[in-house]
Each structure stands twice: as structure tokens, then as C-alpha cells.
Design a protein. Structure first.
Lengths: 123, 235
């Protein structure tokens, strides 16, 4: 068995399930947004706010945001362990990979917090 | 016909080069790529490649033929070269070149070894043989026929990036061959060795392996079965 420390949950099965289930959530949310545009072609700001202000949609948005973060992290982690390896770029790979992964984690956290502020601070 | 052959001797050459050889194809005949290579070798004896059975059974002459991996001995030139175009032969991609078309397959065999490609059982040895119902035996069809030519694994980008961690389609086909075997009792141990993020889960299902397998096998399907077993086992 191949061991690793930086992966979420350290199990391929776990990461696979998270990746697939988060994809389904993201698809559902994308269809919901698309539906909003299709069924309310001339929606104004007040109507838009009313939809996203409702508690159910706020929860749906937050779940989607969390799914997006998990999905993005697994994807970026996979990319970094495919291309940023000593086989590809030599001895500096471990440092570069960890730096890249740290950068991704920070960026994802910033987007998460920012997203929560946007969805939950609406008046 | 013009044949372009990858030439590289790591001991004497700085970098690989392509050598063009003009080969006379007997009129009205559709030769196999290996036959063309043999004709080319008559002109330059120093070309190195592996070959043995010349009928697609031993798996020695896997190589990259006009951009696609395949066995030279069972690939007709009419299938890979358009009329008037040249035949380009390169070693299997992703593995270190020992010389010309001969690659070092150690890492490929190491991954094969990892899946313990032999029957593990805790039941007492029977007097004659371990029996299997025809239905159970049928489950191994499409799995046991692999000849380990490495055409699939060396056509897989995930194997190119992580050949030391990702088992690759050939090894995983064998892993499932023993997971699916009704006589094998080490299913749990086998699955435990595969649940990390690399061994199985680097497969992204692009099916390059299926596209090139000279025996017409389907490693992607076997990997899907392993994944389902891992999820059932872990959930």
C-alpha cells in the first residue's frame, strides 16, 4: 500500500466518494441556478435576493460551497501529486509540492470564508 | 517503404535520434510490423528490439507504432500506415530505454508483483485440485489472458506520472483476476493493499489501456469492479 500524509483522509476510497458526491451536489446547484435564469428571465435584484435570502437556499448554497471546496482540494491535490514530483521536476519537488498544496488550502479557505460572508450576510 | 526507427544507446549517445531505413515490401503483401523491422535489421544489424514467438503470445515486442502501442508481430502495416506514409517505431513510452526499442520493464513488473498475482487460500490443500464451478470459472474470462506486454500501462498517463505508486492497468487487471477467483480467500487483505489514493484511484477512466490492448481485454472495467469492491468493503 502506498502511504501519504497530505491527502484528505489518507484513503483513496474516501477521496473518491467525496469527489463523486460533491460533483452530484455541484450539478444539482448548477441546474438550480440555470433554472432560476430560465424560469425567471427578467428577474430583478429584489427577486434574486428573495430567492437566495430564504433559509433553504442559504443551506443549499453553503452545502454546495463546502462540496466545491472538498472537490477543488481533491482535484488540486491530485494535480500536484501527478506533476510536481521528483520524477518530473527533480529534487525540489517535495518543497514545491507542499508549498503549492499549502497555497491551495489557504486559497480554498479564503474562498470558503468569503463565500459564507456573501451568502449569510445578505439583508 | 520508409521506416523510421528510434535509436538510442545510453552508453554512447548523448540523445536519441530517428534513423530512416528504406525497406522493400514484396508486392501485393501485407506484412506485419515485426517483419518490416526484420527487413530493416538486415540493412543495419545494430538495431535492438525484443521478439520471440512472433504470434502475439509472448508479449515481447510491444512497441509504439506510429503513435499507438501494439505488438509488432500481430500488427499489419496496412492497419497503421497510410499508403505512401512512413512507419515510425519508438519504444514503449514512459519506461527507461536500455537500447533502441528495448525498454527497462522493472518498474512494470514491480507493480505486477505488488498485487500478489497468485492464489492465496487458507483452506487445506485437496488431494487432486481446487475445484471451481463453471460459473465461477467464467468470471475469470477476460482477466487471465493478459500476456504482460505492457502496451496498456505504458499508454496510461497516470502510469507515466506515478509508475512507482499507481499499479497500472496490467497489474490491476491481475489484481481483479484474483479478487474475482472463488478459490482465493485473501480478498480482505488484497483490498486493504489497494485502498490508498494511488494504487487504484489514479485511474481516471480514460480507457487508453482498452484502446491498445492487443488481446482485446478491458482493464478499465476490471478497475471499476475493484473500485466497487473497495467501496462495498469500506462503506
Amino acid at each position: 500500500m502506498v502511504t501519504n500524509v497530505s491527502n484528505l483522509g489518507r484513503s483513496g476510497v474516501y477521496a473518491w466518494v467525496v469527489q463523486r458526491s460533491s460533483a452530484v451536489i455541484l450539478l444539482a446547484y448548477s441546474l438550480f441556478i440555470l433554472g432560476c435564469f430560465v424560469f425567471h428571465p427578467d428577474m430583478n435584484y429584489e427577486q434574486w435576493k428573495a430567492i437566495f435570502f430564504s433559509n433553504a437556499i442559504r443551506i443549499f448554497s453553503l452545502i454546495t460551497l463546502l462540496a466545491l471546496c472538498g472537490h477543488a482540494w481533491i482535484g488540486m491535490w491530485t494535480i500536484s501529486t501527478d506533476y510536481l514530483t521528483s520524477r518530473q521536476i527533480g529534487s525540489s519537488a517535495t518543497f514545491l509540492r507542499l508549498a503549492f498544496q499549502t497555497f491551495c488550502v489557504l486559497l480554498i479557505l479564503i474562498y470558503l470564508i468569503w463565500g459564507i460572508q456573501i451568502f449569510w450576510n445578505m439583508e | 517503404m520508409l521506416v523510421s526507427i528510434y535509436r538510442y544507446n545510453p552508453e554512447t549517445d548523448d540523445k536519441p535520434r530517428m534513423q530512416d531505413v528504406e525497406v522493400e515490401i514484396p508486392a501485393g503483401k501485407d506484412l506485419m510490423v515485426l517483419d518490416v523491422l526484420e527487413l530493416a535489421k538486415r540493412q543495419d544489424q545494430s538495431v535492438a528490439y525484443r521478439r520471440s514467438c512472433r504470434e502475439g503470445v509472448c508479449g515481447s515486442d510491444g512497441m509504439n507504432i506510429n503513435g499507438t502501442n501494439g505488438l509488432a508481430c500481430i500488427t499489419p502495416i496496412s492497419e497503421v500506415v497510410k499508403p505512401g506514409k512512413k512507419l515510425v517505431l519508438r519504444p514503449l513510452p514512459g519506461l527507461p530505454v536500455i537500447r533502441d526499442l528495448v525498454v527497462d520493464m522493472s518498474i512494470f513488473y514491480k507493480q505486477f508483483e505488488k498485487v500478489k498475482p497468485y492464489l492465496i487460500t487458507d483452506t487445506p490443500a485437496p488431494v487432486m485440485e481446487r475445484l471451481q464451478s463453471p460459473e465461477d470459472r467464467e468470471k475469470l474470462d477476460g482477466l487471465y489472458e493478459c500476456i504482460l506486454c505492457a502496451c496498456c500501462s505504458t499508454n496510461c498517463p497516470s502510469f507515466w506520472w506515478n509508475p512507482d505508486k499507481f499499479i497500472g492497468p496490467a497489474g490491476l487487471l491481475q489484481a481483479y483476476r484474483f479478487l474475482a477467483d472463488s478459490r482465493d480467500t485473501a480478498t480482505v487483505e488484497r483490498l486493504a493493499g489497494l485502498e490508498d489514493p494511488f494504487s487504484v484511484f489514479r485511474c481516471r477512466g480514460i480507457m487508453n489501456c482498452v484502446a491498445v490492448c492487443p488481446k482485446g481485454l478491458n482493464p478499465t472495467r476490471a478497475i471499476g469492479h475493484i473500485r466497487s469492491m473497495l467501496i462495498r468493503h469500506g462503506a
